[in-house]
Design a protein around this ligand. Sequence first.
Ligand SMILES: Cc1ncc(COP(=O)(O)O)c(C=O)c1O
Length: 421
Amino acid sequence: MSPSFTRFSLSVQPEGAFTVLAAARQLAAAGKDVIELEIGDSPYASPEGAVEAGIQAIRDGRTSYGPSVGLSEFRAAVADYVNEEHGFSVEAEHVIAGPGAKTFEQLFCEAFLEADDGVLVFSPHFPTYAANIARRGARMVLSSLRAADAFRPSLDDVRRFLEEDARPKAIFLNSPHNPTGGVATEADLAGLADLVRGRDVAVFSDEPYDCMVWAGRHHSLLAQPGMLEQTVAAYTFSKSFSMSGWRLGYAVSSLENIAVLDLLTNTALSCVPPFTQIAGAAALWHDRAYRDARIQDFQRKVELLVTGLNGVDGITCLMPGGTFYVFPSVAAICNRVGITSHGLAMYLLEGADDQVGVACLGGECFGEAGAGFLRLSCAQPDERLTAAVSFIAEASTRTPRIESYLDAYPEFRSAELYSLD
Ligand SMILES: Cc1ncc(COP(=O)(O)O)c(C=O)c1O
């Protein structure tokens, strides 16, 4: 007999991008030309300095266990880097290594949340927040991000949460924001810091897109007075350094918080591979010009996609403040043909054409607040992005084909109209 699974494990929803990625790869293997705009991964090679240092470190035998908190040379390189890039004043001891940024969601929740604690999450939101909060039996309290506010966090909602929730304990902040591309301003962060300062409230500041801000520069909550003690800020090499498969990231916080994250890392992971950290340190020292060139490519692609999508009947798309995602409203198309935005995404992949498909995500993959939108990543050659826009424009007018897709998949019929705001 198979033992029964926990209620938690049965409730976990995977990151939708990986599910659509699997479906897209299956169709591509069967011969379909799929333009893949679903996964938030860089199409570029990892930088040369990192690759060489990583290979050399393996040759040098840096292949044993290392300290759970990370190698001292990696932590020192990160501290110098974030001080220079983000204006922090931290030491190597304020840094902990991790296998990407995602792990820190779980460690943060283990460090700060008890059952039934309230956690404010701005939504749409990165999908794995829900599982990590649920893992601790804590409660997710949602604050909707709105296109009319350029998807910036609402301080009124923060105030209400702190004053009215039975056990307000944590806030998940993500800026630049996946999936909307919204960026919190320095004034937003100062206001947030003023609200939480001195309370028994911890902030998880998820900052994987710190180098992808399209106007001005990135601001972190950590730079606000007193916030080092109350914030765990998570960063990654996955995006701007094109190193997602190396699984390397880090978090920055106070010495007390890092000590607890170190302990939790020890019980869950032992350590991040030393040669990976050596590669990451080399990227920080030697590969910033490469990073910047790739980021300029992303900015051009984002602009190309936004301009193209705004030319499609029924689509309106804000220029994101940051990230390599665009988040167009497709509410008018969905309302016209009676399909959900997730259904529209699946139709574009599977149903619109026998030879060609576009893989992207319905906004619902990021919570109900994302309904009526699509998320497209820009990680494809320019001509493929242009082809995707033409395909979406054409496919969304093929009403009989949409109807027969909905006959085959009635679960994608929308029950009500989306707001056109
Ligand atoms: C908001 C957000 N947090 C965390 C992650 C996880 O990144 P990593 O590859 O560093 O684990 C991503 C990746 O898409 C993300 O968009």
